[in-house]
Design a binder for this molecule. Structure first.
Ligand SMILES: *Cc1c(COP(=O)(O)O)cnc(C)c1O
Length: 400
């Protein structure tokens, strides 16, 4: 008898050698409770119906799949379609996950959600979900990030969240995550921890992927309607990995090329980047085994990217598995390439992309010209660029 292929991920959240649950014993009950609740709710008719209604009436789904005719003509190759996650309420795909986890928390009987945030994008999405679901919300943030992101701090406060300042260690995201996890360990009875990307201990990578896979499910339907065939290439930027796996997941069984684009920063050799596959190695970080930017002693290295959302030392475990199995190809775009794509899309299509999404556009610029005119690319425009215009002006030396 033929042996059935191993289930991916297995019951403990392993994607091959990646993923799993590397947490202190005190956190295990919380993760098991969450896993059980999620397993039941994902099939629950009223949960599915409520989430669908929020997609349509609150987030603004389905988001458009827009044929970028100007960009297509300009590059002179494949037809380019943009999946417009920038049109979601709050301006990026993060809301898909934040709304779903807030609803899940409410169904679990929790009265409070917590999260950590670096640049503030996940904090704002979580605060939005909590406001909608009527939950208390505490957001952990390093004092260095609070200073740099005062506008998002005020946004979270307007949405009714409390921002808790973390002034230990490097006073940034890493330290905020540790404090948030400590909080969860103590307050698990009434509190849900909202993870912002397809990373962390099981079941988060699977759960966040499922909540974001609405992107690819829609895009598949939309392209079949528009072109009567599937695309040839999918492109998305990869921070923790949620918008990319959200697009790719619906196409994994098809024979389609997919490219994930990491942050190349100032270049791999400079050491100032967040390209985990180009410059990282296997390690354990924040509850999960994955590729990690670390030194020889296993100390996590500092990262750099012009886009805050891609500036992370590790990457979701499913991406490592899909890379090993040659399902997805990974590359990177540098700060410079992303900035140039940011300007190109703004000028040529009238769409200012998030700097994260501009990394994906940079890859389109490289890939499209050599593809035939009847081939199709779908690129995930994960967010809008309004949040980045000030930073771009600063980089260009323009005083506002
Ligand atoms: C946070 C963010 C990303 C990166 O996160 P993923 O989990 O990899 O999707 C990409 N684009 C935007 C607009 C973001 O806010």
């Amino acid at each position: 008898m033929k042996k059935r292929p191993d289930k991916i991920p297995d019951r403990k959240g392993h994607f091959g050698v990646y993923g799993g649950r590397f947490v202190p014993e005190t956190l295990m009950p919380a993760l098991i409770e969450l896993e059980d609740a999620y397993r039941k709710l994902r099939k629950n008719k009223s949960f599915i119906k409520e989430l669908k209604s929020l997609h349509n009436n609150y987030i603004g789904r389905p988001t458009a799949l827009y044929f970028a005719e100007n960009l297509t003509k300009h590059l002179g190759g494949a037809k380019i379609y943009l999946k417009r996650e920038d049109l979601c309420h709050t301006g990026a795909h993060k809301i898909n996950n934040a709304i779903a986890q807030s609803l899940l928390a409410k169904k679990m009987g929790k009265t409070r959600v917590i999260a950590e945030t670096g640049a503030g994008q996940h904090g704002v999405a979580t605060a939005t979900g909590a406001a909608l679901a009527g939950l208390d919300c505490d957001i952990y943030m390093g004092s260095e990030d609070i200073r740099r992101q005062s506008l998002n701090v005020f946004r979270m406060k307007l949405l009714g969240a409390k921002v808790i300042e973390v002034s230990i260690g490097s006073k940034t995201l890493k330290d905020a995550i540790n404090e948030a996890l400590r909080d969860w360990t103590t307050n698990v009875q009434n509190t849900h921890y909202v993870m912002g990307t397809a990373f962390g201990p099981h079941p988060y990578p699977v759960m966040v992927r499922d909540f974001q896979s609405v992107i690819g499910n829609e895009a598949r339907r939309q392209i079949l309607k528009a072109e009567k065939k599937l695309p040839d290439l999918l492109i998305a930027c990869v921070g923790g990995g949620s918008n990319s796996i959200g697009l790719f997941h619906a196409f994994l069984k098809d024979n389609i090329k997919m490219t994930g684009v990491e942050a190349g920063g100032l270049g791999i050799r400079s050491g100032k980047h967040a390209a985990r596959f180009a410059g990282g190695s296997l390690g354990v970080f924040q509850g999960c085994k994955s590729y990690l930017l670390q030194d020889r002693d296993g100390n996590v290295l500092g990262t750099h990217s012009v886009s805050a959302g891609l500036d992370y030392a590790s990457i979701g475990p499913e991406h490592c598995y899909l890379r090993d199995t040659d399902k997805i190809n990974y590359t990177y775009a540098t700060d410079k390439e992303a900035l140039s794509a940011f300007e190109l899309l703004s000028k040529i299509e009238g769409i200012i992309p998030a700097l994260e999404s501009a990394h994906a556009i940079a890859e389109v610029v490289k890939a499209a010209p050599s593809m035939s005119k009847n081939s199709i690319i779908i690129v995930n425009l994960s967010g809008r660029g309004d949040k980045d215009v000030q930073e771009v002006a600063r980089i260009k030396g323009i005083e506002l």
